[in-house]
Design a protein around this ligand. Structure first.
Ligand code: ARG
Length: 474
């Protein structure tokens, strides 16, 4: 994952001697070691665009409320434009002396806009500022991730539609259980990713509340207009309590929890892709561009992408655990601990986004091997339940039917054939209720076709379900 390297020590040494914003209170400058330990600019500069957006909305509100003049506002807007350009061009001089993204930008603004720059921080603290920046940033990332989840569902549903009638073995306990269609199996993942999407969208409304105006913790004595700032920044409302506003990181935890569940689903899918493309299964193949070779064994084609997705799931769980643990011991309100929220959150966002993006590309490239799937479905007496159901429909109690079929399976096993391969007379020896019409029941096509209720694996149901997902995701 991209991690911005902290600014060089040389640069910070050159800048030493600059006056820190709180220096009036201190008898000596902070030690270099402490400076490096406490600085966050190495990673939180990623929030620069949101920091500037939030500052501009704050400044416009200050002006509208008569707290700063139009001239000051104009100078702030001009300065911020320059700063944005410098950052985009990679020319902004990030400095460790200014600790974090907020102070770096404010320092540069003051250099460009003079006293107007110094007035920007009126009625604001870095505590409500950082909470606002992180919410703004996460909202944008969340929207991108929701779009990727929709795209992945679409890719899965298209493949499911194509293979709505393709028979494969369904498994329980990793053993062949009952025949299903490949399309039906893929749509199970559409359901999972659909829930993941809804979870994130649901969390978005709690995320999308404005902390600014809370000040350091107790609010401010200035006649601020929080609703105005909220509207300008696209927040649905304002955080109702200033103490909660600066200390709450639930939104980040909720996002990471949703990300962890989504990664869990991606990991299960990955696990199946790895199994299915192993030569023992041979159900699918992945395009070469998603595989890698071995440095020693020339014949190998390894499913590195799904394996890594499975592996990266671990770090997203770690990110969630880090945030939960970060918050559990903090008394209200803001504590510097909170600065540690960013790297886990960034990592969870990056990992989920990149994993989803690669799956969106990979899924349409899945190559399917129908003969291998069919052969595997034939191996495990997958229609035994259908035979038992058939007997029940002829009046045999289910438990007796279960027992009769179990004995028939044992017989077929020793005869080395599938149930459909046994002569009718043999089958009848296990239950006289069996008639010639049993043949239809014992075929794989008959088995899946009979499960035609909503949620079932019958090809017609699978097609309808796939189309529903395709309609939802356009
Ligand atoms: N860099 C800090 C953070 O990420 C900004 C808030 C600092 N506030 C403070 N009172 N030290 O949390």
């Amino acid at each position: 994952m991209p991690r911005k390297s902290p600014p060089s020590r040389n640069k910070s040494r050159r800048a030493a001697g600059r006056k820190a914003a709180w220096s009036g209170r201190f008898a000596e400058p902070v030690s270099e070691r402490v400076k490096r330990y406490t600085a966050s600019v190495g990673f939180d500069r990623r929030l620069a665009a949101e920091d500037i957006r939030g500052s501009l909305a704050h400044a416009r509100m200050l002006c509208a409320a008569g707290i700063i003049t139009r001239r000051d506002l104009a100078a702030i807007e001009r300065g911020m434009k320059t700063i944005s350009r410098e950052i985009e061009a990679g020319k902004f001089a990030w400095s460790l002396d200014d600790e974090d993204v907020h102070r770096n930008i404010e320092r540069r603004l003051t250099a460009l806009a003079g006293d107007a720059g110094k007035r920007l921080h009126t009625a604001r603290s870095r505590n409500d500022q950082v909470a606002t920046d992180v919410r703004l940033w996460l909202r944008g990332e969340l929207d991108g991730i929701v779009a990727l989840l929709a795209a992945l569902r679409r890719a899965l549903a298209s493949l499911a539609l194509e293979h709505a009638a393709l028979i494969m073995p369904g498994f329980t306990h990793m053993q062949v259980a009952q025949p299903v269609t490949f399309g039906h199996h893929l749509l199970a993942y559409c359901e999972m990713f659909g829930r993941d999407l809804q979870r994130l969208v649901d969390g978005r409304k709690r995320l999308n509340q404005l902390p600014l105006g809370a000040g350091a913790l107790a609010g401010t004595t200035f006649p601020i207009r929080r609703d105005r700032v909220a509207r300008e920044l696209g927040f649905e409302g304002i955080c109702a309590n200033s103490i909660d506003a600066v200390s709450d990181r639930d939104f980040a935890i909720e996002f990471c929890a949703g990300a962890a569940v989504a990664m869990m689903h991606l990991s299960r899918f990955s696990e199946e892709l790895v199994l299915w493309m192993s030569p023992r299964f041979g159900f699918i193949s992945l395009p070469d561009r998603f595989c890698t070779g071995s440095s020693m064994m020339p014949q190998k084609k390894n499913p590195d992408v799904p394996e890594l997705a499975r592996g990266k799931t671990a770090r997203v769980y770690g990110d969630l655990m880090a945030l939960l643990t970060l918050m559990k011991g903090q008394p209200l309100t803001y504590n510097k601990d909170n600065q540690e929220d960013k790297e886990p959150l960034f990592d969870a966002v990056d990992t989920l986004r990149e994993t989803l993006a690669i799956f969106v590309e990979m899924v349409p490239g899945i190559g399917v091997h129908p003969q291998r799937m069919l052969a595997a479905a034939r191996e495990g007496y997958a229609t035994a339940t259908d035979l038992a159901d058939y007997l029940v429909k002829k009046g045999v109690p289910f438990r007796d039917a279960h027992e009769a079929v179990a004995r028939a399976v044992r017989h077929a096993e020793s005869a080395g054939c599938e149930l459909a391969g046994l002569p009718l007379a043999d089958l009848r020896s296990f239950s006289p209720a069996i008639g010639a019409d049993v043949r239809r029941v014992l075929t794989l096509e008959g088995s899946v076709g009979a499960r035609k209720h909503p949620g079932g694996t019958a090809p017609a149901q699978v097609r309808a379900a796939a189309r529903r997902v395709l309609r939802q995701t356009t």
